[in-house]
Design a binder for this molecule. Structure first.
Ligand code: AMP
Ligand code: MN
Ligand code: MN
Length: 317
């Protein structure tokens, strides 16, 4: 069993680091912090490295113990919730300099880039996998870890509403509730409450929505200039892609965020049958069937939009 092999590597290692993907979402941060706490609690010497994160995650236990970067050569680096090595971005060196590498993830298009790859695409969140993994290793999941795990499950399932949700998701949440975790409070903090600047950015994205292919595709974008204007904070653009997806008749929502370094971060969502991960893979990205992304560095908004729409069209019924 690969989990036994991974545990042996953990037992052998002296210095361990936990890393995740760039622009970390709730699942990336929740998984990282849980793995960090789990290893600390079994007396491992461990760092958790998260270069930057959105303000709304500041309430998570141990988040103030995260390192922004590290040049150290670790015995073992564990990547969580990350489909490709490229998406480790600033932590790429740290990963490559490690003696042994492990990853735990739930992306279907995972590139199996570590020495040990534990990937379960059926799981709607990496945090959901971690619960199984920690139980298998007989590592106690305390309340702090429970809060982080719940934050990841709630964000990656859109509040238990995406089709990837399994009966196990609800069993886990019931178990966390019995542990005394305030589900409602975590839910509100990671999913419901939005900052004033996020609201302003959403307003701009909403006002720009245009429809294509008999209103089956919704498209919108925000620019660097927009973000400057509303004084946007990291992560304020999260959720802009959901606005179009939630409009009746829309199958695919496409959202662009202009990057400071040039180019556009593309987010795609589908409602029913279009595999947006396949489309993003064509542009060097990936993700899940109904939620995927890629980064496109050349072309104008209109050119990139037209390219994506041309591909998306082929998948529409
Ligand atoms: P996002 O639109 O950034 O919220 O991402 C949606 C999903 O696609 C997430 O599960 C990401 O992990 C994945 N994803 C986003 N961008 C990329 C990328 N450039 N390469 C691979 N996967 C990505
Ligand atoms: Mn993620
Ligand atoms: Mn995830």
């Amino acid at each position: 069993m690969i989990l036994d092999d991974i545990k042996k590597e953990i037992d052998k290692a002296n210095r361990i680091a936990v890393v995740t993907h760039e622009n970390p979402d709730g699942d990336a941060i929740g998984s990282s912090l849980t793995m960090y706490m789990a290893l600390k609690n079994i007396n491992k010497d461990v760092d958790v490295i998260i270069p930057e994160y959105a303000k709304m995650f500041e309430f998570l236990p141990c988040i103030n113990e995260t390192k922004k970067s590290s040049d150290e050569h670790y015995d073992l680096v564990i990547a969580v919730d990350c489909a490709t090595e490229k998406r480790l971005k600033d932590n790429n060196n740290c990963f490559n300099n490690s003696k042994v590498t492990i990853q735990i993830d739930h992306h279907e298009a995972n590139k199996m880039f570590a020495d040990y790859n534990y990937v379960d695409p059926v799981s709607p969140a990496c945090c959901q996998i971690l619960i199984k993994v920690l139980k298998y290793w007989n590592i106690e999941i305390n309340k702090d870890m429970g809060v982080c795990l719940l934050a990841g499950i709630i964000t990656d399932t859109g509040g238990f509403k995406y089709s990837g949700v399994t009966s196990e998701t609800f069993e886990i949440v019931a178990w966390l509730l019995d542990k005394g975790i305030n589900i409602s409070s975590v839910y509100r903090r990671v999913l419901q409450t939005i900052s004033k600047t996020k609201f302003e950015l959403n307003k701009i994205a909403t006002s720009r929505i245009t429809f294509y292919e008999n209103d089956k595709i919704a498209f919108t974008y925000i620019t660097v200039e927009d973000e400057k204007k509303v004084n946007a904070q990291l992560g304020d653009y999260e959720g802009c892609v959901d606005i179009g997806r939630d409009i009746e008749g829309v199958e695919v929502s496409i959202f662009f965020r202009e990057l400071k370094e040039g180019g556009y971060k593309v987010s795609m969502r589908s409602n029913d049958y279009v595999n947006v991960s396949d489309i993003c893979l064509m542009f060097g990205g990936g993700g899940h069937m109904k939620a995927a992304g890629c980064t496109i560095s050349s072309g104008t908004i209109e050119q990139i939009r037209d390219k994506l729409i041309a591909q998306t069209k082929r998948y529409l019924k």
